[in-house]
Design a protein around this ligand. Structure first.
Ligand code: PRT
Ligand code: MG
Length: 217
């Protein structure tokens, strides 16, 4: 039986922080995606290859079985919906938080208190919609695909919902965090059919990732 496995990763922090987990499973990725233009990378295990995709596309590749498993941020999974995905392990990598931020001169608390309708720019419309609905704050959501931080600076929006790790991007742009929505980390996601059909090959890797990720906590 063919037990070839395909792992979907995005370049950058997810790739970098998944490498030690792969190492813990005895797997080395032999090429650096930052240097290579290849989209399919071989590994030291002839039965495992890595495909490099956009972070927000990882759940889609795994959902359709084009990749058997992958690593995706909770932010990405909440927007995707997680349909068809088994999420066995919180890998505790690529950690950050999702927050509401405004221009330092904007009085968010009193705008909310007065029941003002707020314009909020974000890539995370599902999470933002639920967050403000739960608070009873009326918002017009403006979907962006990047550089949310610019929104309040040029009058596109009153607030943004974005990921924050060190806070230096907010500080550099004179923005302040006014609400903390949730903690974010990356999860292992597995195609449900692959888990059944390729369990013999997949389970030891899932177990090694779970064990190694305990050390990240
Ligand atoms: O960059 P690209 O548009 O290709 O895609 P992406 O942004 O979805 O991918 P990538 O690789 O940047 O992020 C992958 C995952 O890493 C995200 O889905 C998150 O789960 C996680 N992660 C962890 C982060 C951050 N930390 C983070 N700081 N993703 C993005 N950021 C950005 C944030 O959006 C903001 O612009 O970094 C900036 C803030 O960083 P600080 O350190 O200045 O606060
Ligand atoms: Mg990015």
């Amino acid at each position: 039986m063919n037990q070839m496995l395909t792992l979907a990763l995005s370049k950058g922090r997810i790739f970098d922080e998944t490498l030690p987990l792969l190492e813990a499973a005895g797997i080395h990725v032999t090429e650096d995606p930052e240097k290579s233009r290849k989209l399919i990378l071989p590994t030291s295990d002839p039965q495992l290859r890595v495909v490099i995709v956009r972070a927000s596309d990882v759940p889609t590749y795994v959902q359709y079985g084009a990749a058997d498993f992958g690593v995706a941020g909770k932010d990405v999974l909440l927007e995707h919906g997680g349909e068809g995905l088994y999420q066995p392990v919180d890998l505790q990598i690529a950690k950050c938080r999702m927050s509401v931020a405004v221009h330092s001169g904007f009085d968010y608390a009193s705008a909310v208190h007065q029941g003002a309708r707020l314009r909020v720019a974000t890539k995370y419309v599902q999470v933002a919609r639920e967050h403000f609905a739960a608070k009873g704050v009326h918002v017009d959501l403006i979907k962006l695909y990047g550089s949310m931080e610019l929104g309040p600076l040029v009058g596109l929006s009153d607030a943004i919902v974005d990921l924050v790790s060190t806070g230096s991007t907010l500080r550099a742009n004179n923005l302040v965090e006014v609400e903390h929505i949730m903690e974010i980390s990356s999860r292992l996601v597995v195609n449900q059919a692959a888990l059944k059909l390729k369990r013999e090959k997949l389970q030891p890797i899932i177990d090694a990732f779970a064990k190694a990720s305990l050390r990240e906590k």
